[in-house]
Design a protein around this ligand. Structure first.
Ligand SMILES: Nc1nc2c(ncn2[C@@H]2O[C@H](COP(=O)(O)OP(=O)(O)OP(=O)(O)O)[C@@H](O)[C@H]2O)c(=O)[nH]1
Ligand SMILES: [Mg+2]
Length: 245
């Protein structure tokens, strides 16, 4: 249902989702989130001109949704970090009290979101964690992939001195005040390093970060945008960030 300015239900919880070629995944993810019955739920989708038409899919979902549903269209692919910064700013501007970030590829289970929001009662940021007790990764992952992912994460934790067990998780819930404290405009990394950089900033600012276990499942539709090159570049740049404080 479409609303005029001023008569849409108010947004309390904004789910920010960056998309690049996720036309198949996005409608399923949005429907799954809606079915969680979250009070004051709204969406901010940030699409980087996906050639597969994800931007149009998002507009259609916005027309159908009974509440705040913003779609930010950017002309070209600018990376995950820049997309999140634009999305977080929009969520704050809309007046959301709690902001959730998650991937569009359905690796992050919507069923965990209500518990993560509840956990914000005693934390400034709740990080979805594959390595907290009760969490895990897709059973189809090979032994080698598990080792690379786990030890890569341990390396990043050591480089940045992070306390959380899952330093690269892109599944998080923030209090509005946490995003305001972090000064999101000054975040430097846009690719794989964005998530640990956010966590590093939050820890340095003395924010309370808790971990919520979840089972990370591989995408079943669409293509991954990850590569080993992206991961190595991120680690190198995180070292620089730590050295410069
Ligand atoms: N707006 C925008 N979204 C992006 C960009 N790159 C990736 N994304 C989205 O960011 C999320 C994470 O990207 P993925 O390709 O799943 O990366 P990943 O989860 O690290 O890698 P996999 O484990 O292989 O899925 C997905 O929702 C993507 O559609 C980008 O440049 N711009
Ligand atoms: Mg993914």
């Amino acid at each position: 249902m479409a609303y005029g300015e001023g008569d849409r239900p108010a947004i309390k919880v904004a789910v920010v989702i960056p998309t690049y070629n996720e036309a198949e995944n996005l409608p399923i993810l949005v429907a799954d989130l809606v079915s969680q019955g979250i009070d004051g739920l709204g969406f901010v989708i940030v699409d980087d001109g996906s050639p597969d038409g994800t931007g149009d899919v998002a507009e259609r979902l916005a027309d159908e949704f009974d509440g705040v549903f913003e779609v930010i269209h950017r002309e070209r692919k600018q990376g995950l970090g820049r997309s999140y910064i634009a999305g977080f700013k929009k969520a704050l501007e809309l007046g959301a009290e709690q902001i959730v970030q998650m991937d569009a590829d359905r690796s992050h289970p919507p069923a965990e979101v209500p518990a993560m929001l509840a956990a914000l009662g005693e934390a400034d940021i709740v990080t979805g964690s594959r390595y907290a007790k009760g969490g895990g990764v897709d059973p189809s992952w090979s032994f080698l992939r598990r080792q690379i992912s786990y030890w890569g994460g341990v390396g990043i934790r050591l480089v940045l001195g992070l306390k959380v067990k899952d330093s690269t998780s892109g599944f998080k819930a923030f209090r509005r005040s946490a995003l305001e404290t972090i000064d999101i405009d000054s975040l430097k990394l846009s690719g794989y390093g964005f998530q640990p950089e956010v966590t590093y900033r939050a820890q340095k600012a003395g924010l309370r970060i808790s971990e919520h276990p979840f089972l990370f499942m591989d995408r079943t539709a669409g293509k991954s945008k990850m590569s080993a090159g992206i991961a190595f570049e991120a680690i190198y740049r995180l070292v620089l960030i730590r050295l410069r404080g």
